[in-house]
Design a protein around this ligand. Structure first.
Ligand SMILES: [Mg+2]
Length: 414
């Protein structure tokens, strides 16, 4: 089997409502680049990449010069071909490599007639359990629904998604309002769903002192972990020395060098593996092996996904024995998907691992065309800007918090 062509299509798929975060906002939709790698036997492998609200089509077009004629089964060779570590100072292609790895594994699985999880060592579980992902949300710009800002709205949202999807773990994505206010919100959320477990992520925007104070304020709750309270290994290490809440990261340990540093001088307890940030499903499985050896916790990070990337997360989650936490996914905020069958349903907070050949998901060409047209109409969006605060730039540590009483949601095109 040889690669014959690489095609990329940018789509934008609406979210139920805009998702606010510490650096800005997902402006009511995700922009994703859908990649098709066609082999000379006619099979098509699928990949998907984010990019902070921007298209990555041009980057994938450039990869044709490297990969046409390449055997997709030689996945390890591809790493050195397009993402050699010493060349990456000039062209960091980690996420591009990841996307092409998904597609190559999809091709191999279809050629061999097995799911990707079988290529990776075989499933140790048939479904992956997910956490609810509670964001502060601006109202949907079309119909004004879906706002999450107040304590009542946070609690109502978590209860409703639990009722709909069966979640028993809840992640609060924060870093938007002052940490003292967010502490009240988080405690209210935990009190509203007794027996469930909780995790909190402010995307690293606090000072170390704020992180320590916050961690002391939540020690009595049923926390999975506190995720990235500060940015940087040293701040995480200092916070960790001063708290009994486990710390997790998807920002300061995202490669093997950083993982080694964390083993030698621990700063983080739980590593959130992301199939795109780490350069593919296989690097995540390798990293999980290192975590198993050193008995670090493993969870699954979500960088915003449609069904193809979700499939990569499901196959990864299926084969990692030491996955000891519910996985994260933005998926339940989406209104639609570009795969056949539409959005994958949750059952009791879990999604079954696809069992078809390869990634086990196929493109719905009508949906791909529909959301490609929507992208052409709306264009990209600045992931790291807040539509309601056009003059705002967050600092690190931040002290420019949003006003929890403000109902201003800016102007979001739709
Ligand atoms: Mg995070």
């Amino acid at each position: 089997m040889k690669i014959r062509d690489i095609r990329a299509t940018t789509v934008t798929v609406p979210l139920q409502a805009p998702l606010r975060h510490a650096n800005g906002c997902h402006w009511g939709r995700f922009v994703r680049t859908i990649v098709e790698v066609e082999a000379d036997n006619g099979l098509i492998g699928l990949g998907e990449m984010g990019g902070g609200g921007e298209s990555a089509e041009a980057a994938f077009r450039a990869m044709k010069a490297y990969l046409v004629g390449h055997d997709p089964a030689r996945v390890e060779e591809m790493r050195f071909l397009i993402a050699n570590p010493t060349a990456s100072l000039y062209n960091n292609r980690t996420q591009i490599l990841a996307t092409l790895e998904f597609a190559c594994l999809d091709l191999i699985g279809q050629e061999w007639g097995v799911p990707v999880s079988e290529i990776l060592g075989g499933r140790v579980r048939d479904e992956v359990t997910f956490a609810s992902y509670c964001f502060f949300r601006y109202p949907n710009p079309k119909d004004g629904t879906g706002e999450v800002r107040t304590v009542e709205q946070v609690v109502e949202y978590a209860r409703a998604t639990k009722a709909q999807h069966g979640f028993t773990t809840h992640k609060m994505k924060a870093g938007v309002f002052h940490p003292k206010h967010e502490l009240e919100l988080y405690r209210a959320l935990a009190a509203s769903l007794p027996g469930d477990s909780f995790r909190f992520d402010c995307n690293g925007v606090w000072s170390t002192e704020q992180a320590i104070a916050f961690s002391h304020g939540i020690e009595d709750l049923n926390n999975d972990y506190l995720e990235d309270p500060v940015y940087g290994m040293n701040g995480m290490r200092r916070t960790r020395q001063m708290t009994r809440v486990p710390l997790a990261t998807n920002t300061v340990v995202v490669n093997f060098e950083q993982l080694a540093a964390n083993v030698l001088d621990p700063a983080v307890d739980v590593i959130l593996l992301d199939t795109t940030f780490w350069g593919g499903i296989r690097p995540c499985v390798k990293a999980a092996g290192v975590c198993e050896t050193f008995q670090l916790g493993v969870a699954v990070h979500s960088s915003g996904e449609l069904g193809i990337q979700l499939a990569s997360m499901l196959h990864m989650g299926a084969v990692v024995p030491n996955l000891s936490f519910a996985a994260d996914a933005h998926y339940h905020h989406l209104t639609d998907d570009i795969i056949e069958g539409g959005l994958m349903p949750y059952r009791n907070g879990a999604i079954p691992v696809p069992t078809g050949p390869g990634l086990g998901v196929r493109l719905n060409r009508d949906k791909l065309a529909e959301y490609s047209e929507l992208y052409k109409r709306l264009g990209g969006y600045p992931y790291d800007r807040d539509p309601a605060r056009p003059e705002w730039t967050p600092l690190l540590p931040n002290d420019r918090w949003a006003d929890p009483n403000s109902q201003d949601c800016g102007v979001i095109p739709y």
